[in-house]
Design a binder for this molecule. Structure first.
Ligand SMILES: NC(=O)c1ccc[n+]([C@@H]2O[C@H](COP(=O)([O-])OP(=O)(O)OC[C@H]3O[C@@H](n4cnc5c(N)ncnc54)[C@H](OP(=O)(O)O)[C@@H]3O)[C@@H](O)[C@H]2O)c1
Length: 324
């Protein structure tokens, strides 16, 4: 496993991180033993960075992580997230920051994160979403700064709203955040235009999420694949979106032929090629995925030829919250 510096935090994080959404919920049936075994295997294989959130099974993912870490000696960095107070998701242009992230709410929510993670100080606290409507006066980050001085959190982050990821660029330029979490993959390449170069320039840590576009970029789905009851991907791939994605993946497979990479390997190596990227939090829900994904870090770097081929597969598409 190779490690990279997470921007100005000074933390050295594994290139492959553990995305802990599916072990919390919303991905169909998930056996807790599989989750615990997957976390232990990933740590055995060098993962030292885990991403979770309050919303992943209403604290379930955080509690499973705490249970595993109580038994481990390694220094593991855990990033979690506080969602906005109830209201539209993502927040609209008319939502007010003081209604969605008020101080009392933020403090209480972060106390819950500390309890679930069984710690006195959170390594990285990310606001789960944002809107550019709040960029002129991003008061929630002032509150997080206070919590940093009070010793409740070490580093401050934000996860991009997927319909407008560039909304966090001003926050990086103005110095409000230490890290950002962003969707960047073979389909979603827009961050390479401005977001990632700004992160590099400002020394902001970049956590990449959804590297497999929720699984389809692993190349394992057929167009008529049926997701299980309770799996949010029934909605994410609603209508003909799965079929259209799979058709595109078939073309990507042709383009990586002879590269020596499988689809998941090409997907992760494509992202790691960008020097702004610090860790890729692949979603992992069992031991096999822990083994396959952690092994990618030590594979030979991607060649310029394959990078250039993959760049042509960028896909501009509508936001899944609203259909296609
Ligand atoms: N708004 C936010 O802040 C936000 C939103 C989304 C995600 N995240 C974070 O980012 C992490 C990663 O994103 P994600 O989990 O949504 O999606 P992802 O990484 O694109 O896809 C993960 C899924 O792909 C499948 N998979 C993983 N490795 C595989 C392999 N080697 N071979 C075949 N299949 C494999 C697994 O699902 P199956 O086995 O079921 O197919 C796994 O759950 C999350 O866990 C979460 O921590 C944050």
């Amino acid at each position: 496993m190779k490690y990279r510096l997470l921007g100005k935090t000074g933390l050295n994080v594994s290139e492959i991180g553990f995305g802990a959404w599916a072990i919390g919920g919303n991905w169909g049936e998930q056996n807790e033993k599989d989750s615990v075994d997957a976390l232990n295997k990933a740590i055995d294989l060098g993962v030292n960075f885990i991403d979770t959130a309050a919303g992943y099974g209403n604290g379930k993912s955080e509690k499973i992580i705490a249970k595993v870490l109580r038994e481990r000696k390694e220094e593991i960095i855990v990033a979690t997230k506080t969602p906005p107070a109830p209201g539209p998701w993502p927040p609209t242009a008319y939502c007010r920051a003081e209604d969605r992230y008020p101080e009392k709410y933020l403090r209480e929510n972060i106390e819950e994160r500390l309890r679930n993670l069984d710690t006195d100080c959170i390594d990285i606290l990310q606001l789960h979403t944002w809107t550019r409507a709040w960029n002129k006066y991003p008061k929630p980050f002032e509150i997080l700064r206070k919590l940093k001085y009070e010793g409740k959190i070490k580093h401050i982050g934000v996860s991009t709203p997927e319909q407008d990821q560039n909304a966090v660029i001003d926050l990086m330029r103005e110095g409000w955040v230490d890290v950002v979490q962003v969707i960047y993959n073979i389909f979603e390449q827009e961050p390479a235009a401005e977001l990632l170069p700004t992160a590099l320039e400002k020394n902001i840590g970049v956590i990449v999420r959804v590297v497999f576009d929720e699984g389809v970029l692993t190349g394992k789905y057929s167009p008529d694949y049926k997701f299980a009851e309770g799996d949010f991907r029934k909605n994410y791939f609603a209508g003909d979106r799965l079929e259209r994605a799979v058709r595109r993946v078939e073309k990507i497979k042709e383009d990586i032929e002879g590269s020596g990479y499988t689809m998941p390997q090409a997907a992760v190596k494509f992202v790691l090629e960008n020097k702004a990227v610090c860790t890729v939090i692949t979603g992992i829900r069992n031991v096999e995925q822990a083994e396959l994904n952690t092994a990618i870090s030590d594979l030979p770097d991607i060649t310029e030829d394959i990078i250039n081929r993959l760049r042509k597969h960028a896909w501009m598409r509508a936001n899944w919250h609203y259909g296609k």
